[in-house]
Design a protein around this ligand. Structure first.
Ligand code: CAA
Length: 257
């Protein structure tokens, strides 16, 4: 594994996955997502694991999908790549996943955190869906999960402006379970995981499934609609301009074409 580090027993029955692409702020490239997918399948099948913690590093949980890897893609290439296969696996993991988030959780990084079942954040965490700033929209569930989590008005503002939420704002909006100082957020996430892991894994998994059941049907339709719209942005000049401008470190100029 090059882009993630897996500790199978950080505590008895608790596994820890660390995203490990620090120079790129854990930008989620295909290779990293492939490794994450593989690790989740293995940990989900491992009876010695009952709860999984997913974390990044101090500076970044993840700064989004890898813009450099997708900037030049056409809409058709995006559809054919089926990049969301790995995301679906995260959603389908039976064991609870706790996101332990510090620093940037942006775009696909925020979506990855929201795909976890709970989020424990450090005071330094920043959550946002800034895709609009680079000429596209969230594609891994952001328009759906954010709206379920914080409601329509706040979600509209966040996604249409690309602004970031602080950890405390995210907690007061109901996106985050707990906020702790940077020094202890991971310890606290592990404590929560240990508590959950001390209970019947059968009861825990069935409870998780039942909670998810309340909105899964609507979520499926919403995710499919979002995915198609995300792909469609790759047929626009504005997506090419937005992502190129990010890579070239300049302000984009949008024409609506
Ligand atoms: N993709 C690829 N590379 C990224 C990246 C990303 N999402 N985010 C950061 N990086 C790279 C930068 O290009 C930079 O690389 P170089 O040193 O080679 O130039 C390195 O990581 C460090 O980043 P910065 O120099 O930009 O660090 P900063 O502290 O000045 O800024 C930041 C941090 C505000 C997070 C800024 O990096 C940023 O805005 N990142 C992009 C955020 C974003 O737009 N995310 C959405 C992506 S699209 C998406 O996720 C779609 C989806 O729904 C699936």
């Amino acid at each position: 594994m090059n882009f993630i580090k897996v500790t199978e027993q950080v505590e008895p029955f608790v596994a820890l996955i660390e995203l490990n692409r620090p120079k790129e702020l854990n930008a989620l490239n295909h290779e990293l997502m492939g490794e994450l997918h593989q690790a989740l399948v293995q940990l989900d099948a491992n009876e010695a694991v009952r709860v999984i913690i997913l974390t990044g590093n101090e500076k970044a949980f993840a700064a989004g999908a890898d813009v450099k890897q997708m900037a030049d893609k056409t809409a058709i290439e995006m559809v054919m790549e089926d990049r969301f296969k790995t995301w679906d696996q995260i959603k389908n993991t039976k064991k609870p996943i706790i996101g332990a988030v510090s620093g940037f959780a942006l775009g696909g990084g925020c979506e990855l955190a929201m795909t976890c079942d709970m989020i424990v954040a450090s005071e330094t965490a920043k959550f946002g869906q800034p895709e609009v700033r680079i000429g596209t929209i969230p594609g891994a569930g952001g328009t759906q999960r954010m709206t379920y989590a914080i409601g329509k008005a706040k979600s509209m503002e966040l996604i249409l402006s690309g602004r970031f939420l602080t950890a405390n704002e995210a907690q007061s909006y109901g996106l985050v379970n707990h906020v702790f100082p940077l020094e202890t957020y991971l310890i606290e996430a592990i404590k929560l995981a240990k508590e959950i892991a001390s209970y019947s894994p059968i009861a825990v998994q069935l409870a998780k499934e039942a909670i998810n059941h309340t909105f899964e049907t609507h979520l499926e339709e919403g995710l499919a609609f979002e995915r198609k719209s995300f792909y469609l942005t790759f047929a626009s000049n504005d997506q090419k301009e937005g992502m190129k401008a990010f890579i070239e470190k300049r302000t984009p100029s949008y024409t609506g074409k």
